[in-house]
Design a protein around this ligand. Sequence first.
Ligand SMILES: NC(=O)c1ccc[n+]([C@@H]2O[C@H](COP(=O)([O-])OP(=O)(O)OC[C@H]3O[C@@H](n4cnc5c(N)ncnc54)[C@H](O)[C@@H]3O)[C@@H](O)[C@H]2O)c1
Length: 345
Amino acid sequence: MKRVIVAGAGLIGTRHIAEVERNASCLLAAIVEPEAHRAAQFGVPVFASIEDVTADADGIILATPTRLHSSQAIACARRGWDVLVEKPVADTVAAATAMDAAARSAGTSILVGHHRRHHPRVARLRELLDAGEIGEPLLATALWTVRKPDDYFAGNWRSGSDGSPVLINAVHDIDLLRHLFGEVILVSACGSNLVRGSDRVETAAIMLQFENGMVATVVLSDASPGPWGFESGTGENPNIGSTGQDMLFISGTLGAVSFPSLTLWTGSSDWSQAPRPKIDAEIPAMPEDTPLQRQLAHFVAVMNREAEPLINAADAARTLAVTLDVEAQIKARGVPVSRNAATGS
Ligand SMILES: NC(=O)c1ccc[n+]([C@@H]2O[C@H](COP(=O)([O-])OP(=O)(O)OC[C@H]3O[C@@H](n4cnc5c(N)ncnc54)[C@H](O)[C@@H]3O)[C@@H](O)[C@H]2O)c1
């Protein structure tokens, strides 16, 4: 039985609390939450800060505002706790590097919550790519379109530029692409905020070049109720409506594949022949459990020293560096771009 604390009983923290309570290998030891009323219902000790915690623990899940991740993870490492920290790993690369160093010197582990890596269809996609089913991948494009409700931004840390979907959401797509294709060597991005007009990007286009030579784009918006995105495609997030639509398209020298359907397009040697679709014969069924549950099971294995973190702070720092570069480029190019500025009126 692993004693797990959850810090932050907000949007994602309450999902983590439910998963810890559901996992037979975990005991919810305490909650850290300065807004105590948010945690009272769970019937475990509630502390206002990590420094105040008197409960014994093996590990902690940090589901707190991103700017707090680094200092909190360092404090937890000093207490000897393994950490599962939500993404983005931190607000700066230096802060992520400091977390990594603190865990290394304490002999503890940091697992970063890029939960998509735990999805069985992502694992199968990697197998298909590694097996050369589409030859050498040349290009990929990922889509993410949702309309976030207005109260998501009202009166909290997401109302300002920290609420950018680049930092909160595209970081997942960038990490997924890194997980599949390796390191990014070139980034270009632009964006807008035509709908809400706040001091925050809401729609963006990102271009990436990878060390292996392939290129990828990510286009996203949190102001468009479109059907495409990892969560809506896989149905893995109870807060996001499910459409089952593909959201990632990868093309290579011998064919192509789309995700999450894992439809393979092959049989064309040049443009005179139409590629034909087939569903991968070994496609894993959409799992009953969510990537968040699988991630927690993996965290238990990490706490038991049976596994190394699937993504540690150093690895996540590289995803963060790309993501921060994207955000900086969009800002440098002039977001906010109001409707008036865009139309010149
Ligand atoms: N993996 C995912 O899919 C996913 C989804 C949502 C959010 N996130 C990430 O999780 C983190 C939290 O996001 P959220 O949307 O749940 O935010 P939220 O605002 O809904 O919740 C944050 C909670 O942390 C609490 N808090 C503030 N200061 C604290 C402190 N010092 N110690 C303990 N708790 C404190 C707040 O009171 C609040 O209850 C962010 O880093 C975000 O990017 C990840």
